[in-house]
Design a protein around this ligand. Structure first.
Ligand code: SAH
Length: 358
């Protein structure tokens, strides 16, 4: 039998599992704290458990199933981890330091089934969806590496589900991981600190709207018309803009006052960045009565993708037009481009300058 992946059990499940082994329930709680709060990685380190129990655990369960193959450190401090699952599927995680609050960008799938033409991950195809344990494991590994084993981040941490994969095609494991990480006895990263990005899986957007404890939502748009979006993001043929934006409208209705969600718009030179397209985008959002803000992301070039990033003048002009039509706009600064850690560059790429590998 495969070992149980303990990081994928919530506290109640871990207690139950311990009880099934004939152990008192507090051993479950102790173990949960050891794995998630103290972020211990080996059963032998959990010294508050009896030696015999540690032995039983190591025979029937695993703490971590991900192995870090390489770590790349960008000149801007961003760290990219290339890991492998126990069945040798690549997983990538990115740690992005910032003055105010650091962010970990995690993957929800190994590879991705969506064929977005501007994203390098698409070229891998879908290898498989990750388990809840593998999602939590990525965060534990990045936290331990960035701050030291078990050391809490000074200013808390943000999580973004914007790595490889389409999170909403792995909804159950994703939500399970988010709820495990929220536990105050463990990592204590509340859903309010988590943002999940989707290419537009409309039924899941609607489902998210009904959940009381939920992460923030970001939607990747990339184009203001169906014609162009069909080409850039083929998922649009299944859920075209009208359906997507109606779903967004219903999601927006479920938000608390002051809460917003985000549209992401990757800016591709001469493809989706004209004045006319800025007006089309503003009109589209206004027509659907959406108050969401728009994040403009200059394209991160990645050979062999046939795109260039929009020039900064173009990005500024695009922003200006959106703003003149009442849209809130934010321009996202690329991070970790030199180590292929930026949006759309995750594709298990290993050949990088030696200097950044450690
Ligand atoms: N599948 C999800 C999450 C992964 S992509 C989604 O589509 O939202 C995370 C973000 O990176 C998306 O907004 C996507 O549009 C953007 N992106 C993908 N490739 C990019 C690239 N090469 N340069 C800049 N942004 C990119």
């Amino acid at each position: 039998m495969d070992p149980v992946q303990l990081l994928g059990l919530n506290q109640a499940e871990l207690v139950q599992w311990m009880e099934a082994l004939g152990e008192p329930s507090y051993r479950g709680r102790q173990t949960f704290i050891a794995l998630h709060h103290r972020r211990l990685r080996l059963f032998s380190e959990i010294s508050d458990l009896p030696r015999a129990l540690r032995l039983t655990l190591s025979e029937s369960a695993s703490i971590s199933t991900l192995e870090v193959e390489s770590r790349y450190i960008s000149e801007d401090g961003t760290r990219r981890y290339l890991m492998n699952t126990h069945d040798h599927r690549p997983v990538e995680t990115v740690f992005i330091p910032d003055e105010r609050r650091d962010t970990i960008c995690f993957s929800s799938q190994s590879g991705c089934p969506l064929q977005c033409s501007f994203c390098l991950t698409a070229q891998l195809g879908l290898l498989r969806s990750l388990t809840a344990a593998e999602i939590v494991d990525q965060i534990v590994i990045a936290l331990n590496d960035a701050y030291g084993p078990g050391v809490a981040p000074a200013h808390g941490i943000n999580l973004v589900g914007m790595g490889a994969g389409e999170p909403f095609l792995n909804f159950e494991a994703l939500m399970k991981a988010i709820s495990i990480m929220a536990d105050a006895a463990g990592l204590h990263i509340v859903p309010n600190r988590v943002t999940v990005s989707t290419a537009g899986i409309v039924p899941r957007i609607r489902e998210l709207a009904t959940m009381p404890q939920r992460p923030h939502l970001a939607i990747s748009l990339a184009a203001p018309t169906d014609r162009l979006r069909d080409e850039l993001m083929p998922i649009n043929k299944k859920w075209p803009l009208d359906q997507l934006l109606n779903g967004c409208r219903d999601f927006e209705r479920s938000l608390k006052p002051g809460e917003r969600f985000t549209f992401e718009y990757v800016m591709l030179d001469n493809v989706n960045d004209s004045d006319e397209q800025a007006r089309q985008l503003a009109n589209l959002l206004n027509r659907h009565g959406l108050r969401a803000k728009v994040n403009l992301i200059p394209h991160n070039p990645a050979d062999p993708l046939p795109y260039l990033p929009s020039t900064s003048e173009r990005v500024d002009r695009f922003k200006e037009i959106l703003e003149s039509k009442g849209i809130h706009v934010y321009v996202r600064r690329p991070r970790g481009r030199d180590i292929y850690a930026a949006c759309g560059q995750l594709a298990a790429r290993r050949s990088l300058p030696e200097a950044v590998v450690s």
